[in-house]
Design a binder for this molecule. Structure first.
Ligand code: GLV
Ligand code: GLV
Length: 378
């Protein structure tokens, strides 16, 4: 049974440090419950030394973003006092899970509320890339639009009816699949954890319905395949895996896209990455774009963020086929700031923090919906 918010006020004034301002509404909600909240006021992330200092000062809860490295040093500073780390993101590769478990500190994330926002962004990024929206607007703005012509100065590639390769069929991958159905696409899925047969059955049923009713011209299909097959057969590849480094998983995803895997893609294929930057070897990708092993790439995430000025991805020679965004996929107003835990990252982040500190769910961390490292408490 889901136990909702408790109306009783906590009997202790919890102290919170947030490494970023997560919005007025969220901070107000905590303050209304008697929490003392300090949010780092600058837009950049605070230095790690400052986070350690705050944790050492005895805070009960730490609100983090994907920019903050959270590891043993932080947990050691909070020994005996720090009770929860509430990450304002679905991804949590910046948090050392083994260290959190060793110190028995639960950490939470904001899954689900940014699923659709991220998937639609991946689709729009793909559209920008394949239909050359960025180049097209530049043509107009730079007064280089001199004529309407059947194929000059350039053409894009249509998305409808093509084959989409989805790497990772978790929440966001599935949302992307759902949107691709509407584009009459064939779908090839790769998932290290194994096929989701229910997903295949449900999606195939939708595709068949669309075909039978005449809504789409061709019969389409969804199949789980090997990563090699997904890469070599797809017109578009969209990455939706978590970042798992060597030693963190039997199937690490660090540099999953590298020189070898890029060479298996079609020269006409496009790559979209809205997951985590280090899943793609950027040096190899820049080379692949320059030497035209693939047709293009759209990236929202990078090995180092913000993208360094000397990144090979900025090479003007590949500018027309390399779209670059500022880790922006979840950056929609409601997705980021809504106080509703079912709709917004801010709402979900503070609810997760409150659940742990106020011992909702009978104080059983393993029952709290947003706690990630439940294994440490079983
Ligand atoms: C954004 O990248 C997130 O993980 O929420
Ligand atoms: C395009 O604008 C067309 O009319 O075909």
């Amino acid at each position: 049974m889901r136990v909702g918010r408790r109306d009783v006020m906590p009997d202790k004034n919890f102290r919170i440090f947030a490494t970023a301002d997560i919005g007025d509404a969220a901070i107000k909600r905590l303050r209304e419950r008697g929490y003392e909240v300090e949010a780092y006021p600058n837009p950049e992330s605070p230095p790690k030394s400052l986070i350690i200092e705050k944790v050492r000062s005895g805070i009960d809860g730490l609100i983090t973003t994907l920019r903050d490295p959270i590891d043993a040093e932080i947990f050691e500073a909070g020994k005996g006092t720090l009770r929860v780390v509430a990450q304002y993101a679905v991804g949590f590769d910046n948090i050392n899970r083994a260290d959190a478990n060793r110190y028995r500190i639960p950490f939470t994330h904001t899954a689900d509320v940014l699923t659709e926002a991220t998937a639609e962004f991946a689709l729009f990024a793909l559209a920008d890339l394949a239909r050359k929206l960025w180049s097209a607007e530049h043509l107009v703005r730079e007064n280089k639009w001199g004529y309407w012509h059947p194929y000059l100065p350039f053409l894009g590639d249509e998305v409808t009816g093509k084959t989409m390769g989805i790497l990772g069929t978790g929440r966001i991958g599935q949302a992307m699949i759902k949107k691709c159905i509407g584009f009459d696409m064939n779908i090839l899925c790769y998932e290290a954890m194994g096929a989701n047969e229910k997903l295949v059955a449900d999606v195939q049923q939708q595709m068949d319905l669309r075909y039978k009713s005449g809504m789409q011209r061709e019969r389409t299909s969804i199949n789980y395949v090997s990563i090699e097959e997904a890469l070599s057969q797809s017109d578009f590849i969209s990455i939706h895996v978590p970042l798992l480094r060597e030693g963190e998983s039997d199937t690490p995803t660090y540099h999953l896209i590298n020189e070898r895997t890029l060479r298996t893609m079609k020269p006409t294929a496009y790559l979209v990455n809205t997951s985590r930057g280090p899943v793609v070897d950027e040096k190899a990708l820049a080379k692949a774009l320059k030497e035209k092993w693939i047709a293009g790439a759209a990236l929202d995430v990078y090995e180092n963020e913000p993208l360094p000025p000397d990144s090979p991805l900025r090479d003007p020679e590949i500018e027309d086929r390399c779209r670059l965004y500022p880790h922006f996929a979840s950056a929609a107003r409601i997705t980021r700031l809504s106080l509703d835990p079912q709709r917004g990252m801010a709402g979900r982040c503070v609810q997760a923090l409150i659940d742990v500190l106020e011992q909702n769910y009978g104080g059983d961390v393993t029952k709290m919906p947003y706690v990630v490292n439940k294994e440490a408490f079983r």
